[in-house]
Write a protein that binds this ligand. Sequence first.
Ligand code: SAM
Length: 318
Amino acid sequence: ALYQTPDVPKPRYVRVNTLKMDVDSAVLELGKQFVVQKDDLVPDLLILPPGCDLHDHPLIVNGCVFLQGKASSMVAAALAPKPGWKVLDACSAPGNKTVHLAALMKGKGKIVACELNKERVRRLKDTIKLSGAASIFINSLNQPEDIEVLHGDFLNLDPKDPAYSEVRAILLDPSCSGSGTAAERLDHLLPSHASGDVHIHLLFGHTADPTEMERLNKLSAFQKKALRHALSFPGVERVVYSTCSIHQVENEDVIKSVLPIAMSFGFQLATSFPQWNCRGLPVFEGSEHLLRTDPVEDKEGFFIALFVKGNIIDRSKN
Ligand code: SAM
C-alpha cells in the first residue's frame, strides 16, 4: 500500500441522547465498565477507550447513548438550532443527525426529516423511535408534535410552500462519496507516482481515476443543486452543508460555486468551531470559515460549511 494510517488506536466516541438521559448519569453508568472522558469540544459527546465493544450495551440498545463519531457529531452542533425552532433535515436517513438535532432542541419545536430512499426511510423511523424524540416533541402550544418524516425528494420541496415558511435552519448532509470514512483504504485514490507528502494528496482528495472523477462530478452537481435549494427557503437563517468526503470537488468547490447566490440571498459563511485548527483548503477567499476533519489525524475526513443570514453569532460553543 502507498499509504497506511498510523497505527494509533482510534478512541470510541458516543453521544449521550439527552432526550433520554443526562450526561453525568451516562458517565456514571458507562464508568462502571470503562474509563470515560467528556469531549472538550462537542457537548454531550463522550470518549471511551479504543476497541471497547459497546454494540450490545444496555444504554446503546435502549437509545440513551448513540455510537456516533466526533466529526459526525459536530454537524448538528454547528447548526445549533434553538428549542422551539422549525428545522428541516434535508437528506436525513439513517437519522443520526436528525435525532441529534432533536436533542439540541430539547424536544421543543418541529423537525421535518426528508429522505428519498424508501428502505432508508424505515431506518430513519427506527432511529427516531429509538431516540424517544417522536414521543416527547412538543409545539409552542405545549401540544405533542411528532418529528415529521417525509419520504420524497428534497429538491421537490417548494420553498414557497407555506408549510416551510417558518423553517429557520436546514441541515444538508447529502449523498457523497464517503471517501473520508474509509481512511484505511485511501491509497486507491493516490496517483501511482505519488510520493513525498502523501498526506497532502489525501487532504485534497486528488484522484487520477477517470471513472471515479465522473462519479465525483455527478455527486458534486447534485450537492450544488441541493445546497442552492436549501439556501432559497425564505425564512431560513442557518444552513449547514456537510459531507464525509475528503474531495475538494464535493467540499470547497461546492461552496465556492454557490457562494454568489448565497450572498444574493443575504447569507455569509460563518466559522463553526473557531477553536478547531483544520479549516477548508485555501482555494478561495473565505475558505478559512470552512471546517475539515483530517482523515489521518482525526481518522475521519468530514467537511462542514455553515451559512448564516444576518448578524453572525457563533453558537456552536454553547
Ligand atoms: N444525515 C444522515 C445521518 O447522519 O444519519 C446521513 C445522510 S446520507 C449521507 C445521505 C442521505 O440522503 C441518504 O440516505 C440518501 O438516500 C438521501 N438522499 C439522496 N438524495 C436525496 C434527495 N434528493 N432528497 C432527499 N434525500 C436524499
